[in-house]
Design a binder for this molecule. Structure first.
Ligand code: PEP
Length: 271
């Protein structure tokens, strides 16, 4: 498939451990009218929008957004289908709740919960087996960037996360380049630096699966994205969208982000 069919820009929200069910309902009540007024729903289709709330808000979000082109996803998954794994959730259960995507290997899970590269690879595999699209997060720490290791680290994290993926499945994986030092800090990466790392991520995908394969893989940027800076990232041809934490919690701000993605890439949208 050609680039225009597969690399539809994706705006993904990671709510992290925020919002009760009641707060989720209020968010949707404010977000939908705001985004409709910005996009003028009679003429403009939406770009692909994804919201990943806490597990507890998935059922409410799924039913509230059923008639809108907004996908829902989870922030984590375990690799087994069922069984004695207290506190975990399976890909089958996420699918059952209407999830299309699942974030895997977010830096907070790697650094706070101690998730290893091997665990991340197993989660990517398990998501694909259930027909969920994994959003595989990679990104260097500040120390790694200062040592000049950003390209190497991101290449290795990409190869590790994709180690159990087959060539014909790789276009189902979304990769999110999220430098750890940019997450939640208000210090976003320079778009040309992000594009350079994303270029190396695509080279890694090509070296693993074959020349040109990466052209069908969406790679997002994440780290202190907001409505006032997303355009500079979307203007880079290499960057297919954004994974947004803090700014996605405010319904008006998130609606503006949807609008900015569409404005930056009016030619590629989902309808
Ligand atoms: C994230 O947590 O994935 C993220 C990018 O957070 P923020 O947008 O708040 O930096």
């Amino acid at each position: 498939m050609g680039e225009s069919e597969l690399r539809v820009p994706l705006l993904a929200a990671n709510w992290k451990m925020n919002k009760t069910v009641g707060e989720t309902v209020s968010f949707v009540g404010a977000f939908i009218p705001e985004v409709r007024s910005l996009l003028d729903s009679t003429r403009d289709p939406w770009p692909e929008v994804l919201i990943c709330p806490p597990f507890t808000s998935l059922p409410a979000l799924s039913s509230l957004l059923a008639s809108y082109p907004v996908r829902i996803g989870a922030q984590n998954v375990y690799w087994q289908a069922k069984g004695a794994f207290t506190g975990e959730i399976s890909p089958l259960m996420l699918k059952d709740l209407g999830c299309r995507y699942v974030i895997v290997g977010h830096s907070e899970r790697r650094h706070i919960m101690g998730e290893t590269g091997e665990m991340v690879a197993r989660k990517v595999r398990a998501a694909l087996d259930e027909g969920l699209k994994p959003v595989l997060c990679v990104g260097e720490t500040l120390a790694e960037r200062e040592k000049g290791e950003a390209l190497k680290v991101n290449s290795e994290m990409t190869a590790g996360g994709l180690s159990e993926v087959k060539k014909e499945e790789v276009s189902q994986v979304v990769i999110a380049y999220e430098p750890v030092w940019a997450i939640g800090t208000g210090k976003e990466a320079r778009p040309d630096d992000a594009a350079q790392v994303i270029g190396r991520i695509r080279e890694t995908v090509d070296s693993l699966f074959g020349k040109g394969v990466s052209e069908d893989v969406r790679v997002l940027y994440g780290g202190s994205v907001k409505s006032t800076n997303i355009r500079s990232f979307m203007m880079c041809e290499e960057i297919d969208g954004a994974l947004v934490g803090g700014a996605s919690l405010d319904p008006v701000e998130f609606a503006r982000l949807v609008f900015e993605v569409l404005r930056a890439r009016p030619d590629r949208r989902t309808g």
